[in-house]
Design a protein around this ligand. Structure first.
Ligand SMILES: *Cc1c(COP(=O)(O)O)cnc(C)c1O
Length: 392
């Protein structure tokens, strides 16, 4: 792996030795965060969600870049992800979005000053007894289930759990939140988001009588943040959008988001073949004319979904070359007929930006029937991360 601490010249040299890599543009994450902060206005904060190694961008890179863009805290999925941020020197509030079930995990949570999410009475009582044992107040966020049916206390019981919390001495409610189930744009779907908001409001109204002050109320993820400014509350939890990706193509142009991740690879071999020649495993593609076929040194073993076989394009100097035949574990082939300046060693772009051309995680996800989040999480450690615009 490349380490962000290397001086740039060394990093560049390391990248010259690579067959394929992921470029992480920290300035893009900062600028996306900044744009989203402006969209939220002065009343709402932005929690940068950096779980799953910052959606493949590197959790620390993402956290530092988002902070520079005005993020006020972080969301992670697991205890270990939170510890990783602390070990990397991150001081801002960190919320663990996943459930923490074991006392030892909670103890570590408190030692590292990470805030747990509590969803059940069992978790509330566990936090209270552990905090009491440690002799230290434990700040927590309460999760309300308003229709995602994953974590969170059922919204109809939300008030009851808050009431219990109010009577306990060592656990302190600093946040109340819920999570939207709908990320697509159909109108029935959007209606359900409004139902979730109403249920959340019902809990918050109930809360007001228990004088729980300075509690951060939050509901929106990227889809909510980009689609409706009535969902902002005190904070939004944004993952996908700070990385310059969008949940729906219709949102692509609107917010001046720049993709922060670019997947590049080198050409390793170029050959001429006549018409009628089968390419790659099982000859799923057969040339229909004399063709120039170039081999690109990246494959599904690096995280390029095999489902994209024959459906994707690569970018080279403003041109789009069609990928042909089955994508293999370490390599894939492209039709480079009439592309005069392509050479062995040339760098091509599979995902991200090259000149004025761009291919987004959303585009890939449509072609292989998944979602952009999964595409970003799919790049393997075998692909080194080349970090641009690092302050180190
Ligand atoms: C992952 C996650 C988010 C961020 O979602 P995006 O759609 O990537 O913005 C927000 N809240 C919770 C609870 C999450 O698990």
């Amino acid at each position: 792996m490349l380490t962000p601490n290397l001086p740039f010249s060394l990093r560049a040299a390391t990248h010259l030795r690579q067959r394929a890599w992921v470029e992480i543009d920290r300035a893009a994450i900062s600028s996306n965060t900044w744009n989203l902060r402006r969209l939220l206005g002065p009343k709402s904060q932005l929690m940068a969600v950096v779980k799953a190694d910052g959606y493949g961008h590197g959790a620390l890179n993402a956290a530092e870049a988002a902070q520079a863009g005005g993020a006020s805290g972080y969301g992670v999925a697991t205890l270990n992800e939170g510890i990783q941020l602390r070990e990397g020197g991150i001081k801002a509030p960190v919320l663990v979005l996943g459930s923490i079930t074991q006392p030892e995990e909670l103890r570590a949570c408190q030692d590292w000053k990470l805030m747990p999410t509590v969803s059940t009475m069992r978790e509330v009582l566990l936090c209270e007894s552990l905090a009491k044992w440690n002799g230290r107040i434990m700040p927590v966020h309460i999760k309300i289930d308003t229709g995602m049916t994953r974590l969170g206390v059922n919204w109809e019981e939300g008030i009851r759990i808050v009431k219990v919390l109010k009577e306990l001495n060592f656990i302190r409610t600093v946040g109340v939140y819920t999570h939207l189930a709908i990320t697509d744009k159909s109108s029935t779907a959007k209606k359900f988001t409004q139902i979730q908001k109403q249920r959340f409001l019902a809990v918050l109204n109930g809360l007001s009588q228990y004088q729980i002050e300075s509690v951060d109320r939050h509901l929106a993820n990227s889809a909510g943040t980009l689609s409706d400014n009535n969902l902002y509350f005190d904070m939004t939890r944004v993952g996908l959008a700070i990385y310059g990706q969008v949940p729906q193509s219709s949102l692509m142009q609107v917010y001046a988001l720049r993709p922060a991740l670019h997947v590049r690879a080198r050409i390793t071999l170029i050959r001429q073949v006549p018409g009628g020649v089968g390419i790659s495993y099982n000859h799923k593609y057969v040339t229909d004319r004399k063709s120039t076929i170039a081999v690109v040194s990246i494959g599904y073993g690096d995280g390029v979904p095999r489902l994209l076989s024959g459906k994707m394009e690569i970018l080279f100097k403003g041109k789009r070359l069609p990928q042909v035949g089955s994508i293999t574990m370490d390599q894939l082939m492209v039709d480079a007929t009439n592309v005069e300046d392509l050479r062995v060693g040339s760098v091509v772009t599979l995902l991200g930006t090259s000149g004025n051309q761009q291919i987004n995680a959303f585009d890939w996800s449509q072609k292989c029937n998944t979602i952009p989040w999964e595409i970003l999480c799919g790049f393997k450690d075998r692909l080194p991360r080349l970090v641009l615009n690092s302050s180190n």
